[in-house]
Design a protein around this ligand. Structure first.
Ligand code: UDP
Ligand code: MG
Length: 139
């Protein structure tokens, strides 16, 4: 069964959107198999977003991601990667489809409240980055 990593980013947590994000994922038939609140530090944010190192937004993004607690979760389901990306909407909330999480709640392209892996390989890397085998559950 396909898995993905999602994060309610620090802006989403401070806007009290943890429940809203989970409600949309679960409401779409996806299963939360791992879940925790963590405060990602600067170095951890840099490692997580290593593919974006060198881009103009990298420094600002990693400062933002370490600015407060996040909720990280592992989701499982058929087509879970594309389903979560669809529910999130485009990176830039101005370009995100009506009714998506980012369109509805994000402030701007950086502060876009939620993360979701974009492919099976990145999902595997991202899940391992935050979760060990004992923190994910079959039910
Ligand atoms: N980001 C940004 N400026 C940009 C592009 C991305 O601040 O021009 C931030 C934004 O928070 C985004 C994250 O960097 O969610 C990762 O970028 P990516 O292109 O992977 O977007 P995502 O997969 O999150 O939609
Ligand atoms: Mg991405």
């Amino acid at each position: 069964m396909e898995r993905t990593l999602s994060i309610v980013k620090p802006d989403g947590v401070s806007k009290r959107l943890i429940g809203e994000v989970i409600k949309r994922f679960e409401g779409s038939g996806l299963k939360v198999i791992g879940l925790k609140m963590i405060w990602i530090d600067k170095k951890e944010a840099e490692g997580f977003y290593a593919v974006h190192r060198g881009k103009p937004f990298f420094e600002s993004l990693t400062v933002f991601m370490s600015s407060g607690p996040s909720v990280v979760m592992v989701l499982e389901g058929d087509g879970v990667i594309s389903k979560t990306r669809e529910l999130m909407g485009a990176t830039d909330p101005k370009k995100a489809a009506e009714g998506t999480l980012r369109r509805q709640f994000a402030a701007d392209i950086e502060h876009n409240i939620v993360h979701g892996s974009d492919a099976p390989e990145t999902a595997a890397f991202e899940i391992r980055y935050f979760f060990n085998a004992l923190e994910m559950f079959e039910y």
